[in-house]
Every structure is written in C-alpha cells, then in structure tokens.
Design a protein around this ligand. Structure first.
Ligand SMILES: [Zn+2]
Ligand SMILES: [Zn+2]
Length: 273
C-alpha cells in the first residue's frame, strides 16, 4: 500500500474521529503524557502510544526519534523547560525509518539545520523513496487499539514530510556525538532497525525492535515483539541475540513504558509469547 492510500485511511479516521468522545486533542501540547526523566539526563516525550527521547550530554542534546508531526510543539516546550533551544541539538538519531518515528524531523532540519541520522538500509523510508507496508493495519481496523492508534496518528499531523537530506550510518558504528551512542543493528522490524546503546548510563533505545505495549492488541505485558508492522518477525526475534550481552539496562522503547532489568530477561520475555 502506498502512502497515498494510507493517507486516505488516516483522513477517513480523522473525519470519523472528530465525532468520537476522546481525551485526545489536536493540540500536541495537550497530548503530552510523559515529559519525565527516565534515566540521568534522559527525558521521555510523546504520548501513551508513541515515544521519543532527549538526551542531555556535554551541554548539548541528542534527540532519539521524532514521534509524530504535531509533537514539534512538545519539543519546543521540552527544550524550553530544560533551558535549551533547537540550535543546541547536535543530532536527531532515528532508530528506524517508520513514519511514527520521523514526525518532526523535517521541521527540525529546516528550523535549526540539525543533522538526521538513520541506518543505511532505512534511508529510503525516510527520504520518501520507500513504502511502508500498511496492509496489516488495514486488516486490523476492527480492533479498538488500532482504531485509537489511527485516531492519534491522524490528529497528530498524519503522514510526516520526507526529509531533504539524511546521513546514514552502518552497523557496528559508534556515533560520537556529545555522548557516544553504540549502534546495534537489529533487523526484522525494518531492515535498518537499530538499537542505540548509551553505555555511560546503561540506557538502550530499542526503537521498535522491542516494545512494552502491543499497538494491535494493547497488551502491556512487558518487553515483546510487536504483532504488527514487522518486515520479518522471525528475523526480529533472532536479532535479539545481539542485545544479550548488555546486562542491566533501562530499556526505552518506541512504544510503551520504560522497562528496567537484565537484557537476557527482556529477551526471554519477548520470546516466551
Ligand atoms: Zn516501526
Ligand atoms: Zn513505531
């Protein structure tokens, strides 16, 4: 399914959703569910369903993922609260190229010329040349959790604008920004999915390689492979071996609450479904 057809579905749900009772609003500020510190110098933003993070290091900031387009206001508010401006952002690093992770990337690039980094294999998803497989989403439109998700997507700006320029990194790279981010390539959810490890704080931004909420069912049982949106679920499960030696971590997923514990336990939980 191409973006145009997907947009049609989102637009349909926008119209439908406007007649539904919901606590969610079109205003990014009012959608803020979390702006709390989740690890030293690490802040969680977004909503109940979609997370992105800001890392403070060496007087600069690194943003991990970019949520949905209307989260831009949240970013400005968040930076203001922390005493920074967009010019203080050293880089936006994407865990992968799906639309719910690149929301305000274009805006940030235009406003402050912030470099956007993504794994080589997901560049096409980010610069507008690739297509996301939305078939599963359409097949599951009868599920309440999926309806809520679509309403949120549509009210938060819908499809993000593609990026004009993007810098790519390869597997096994250490991104030497104001803090070191170790790139661990964990393909399966998407070909270029990466977990980003912040060794000085034992924090793992796992993107959608692991989630703590299932966007299809609403299940919040702990670290799990999402049951929707994966390019290759078997590969996603196999890739978890690459995270097994990290020990005790604060696991910060793209979707769901933080989880703290041994990475081996997280992997065991994800494989126990
Ligand atoms: Zn994803
Ligand atoms: Zn996602």
């Amino acid at each position: 399914m191409n973006h145009l057809i997907c947009y049609h579905y989102i637009h349909t749900w926008t119209v439908f959703g406007s007649n539904m009772t919901s606590t969610e609003t079109t205003n990014g500020r009012q959608e803020v569910a979390h702006d709390s510190k989740v690890a030293p110098g690490v802040y969680r933003f977004g909503t109940n369903r979609v997370n992105w993070y800001v890392v403070e290091a060496g007087g600069e900031l690194i943003v991990i993922d970019a949520g949905l387009p209307n989260h831009w206001e949240q970013l400005l508010d968040g930076l203001n609260g922390l005493g920074y401006s967009p010019e203080n952002i050293a880089a936006l690093v994407l865990t992968h190229g799906h639309g719910d992770h690149i929301g305000f990337a274009n805006q940030l690039q235009k406003t402050a010329n912030v470099p956007v980094l993504v794994h080589t294999a997901d560049v096409a998803l980010v610069d507008g040349d690739g297509e996301e497989n939305m078939l599963e989403l359409v097949r599951n439109l009868w599920r309440p959790a999926v309806i809520r998700l679509l309403i949120e997507f549509s009210r938060s700006g819908g499809i993000p604008s593609p990026l004009e320029s993007v810098e790519s990194f390869a597997a096994g790279t250490d991104l030497e920004l104001s803090a070191t981010l170790r790139v661990i390539h964990v393909p399966g959810h998407s070909t270029g999915s990466c977990a980003l490890y912040l060794p000085d704080r034992n924090v793992l931004f796992c993107g959608d390689a692991l989630a703590t909420v299932d966007l299809k069912t609403g299940n919040t049982r702990g670290p799990q492979i999402m049951s929707m949106f994966n390019d290759n679920r078997e590969q996603a499960l196999e890739s978890l071996d690459r995270l097994g030696s990290l020990g005790e971590v604060t696991l910060l997923p793209g979707h769901g609450d933080p989880w703290r514990g041994e990475m081996q336990e997280a992997i065991q939980l994800a494989r126990s479904e």
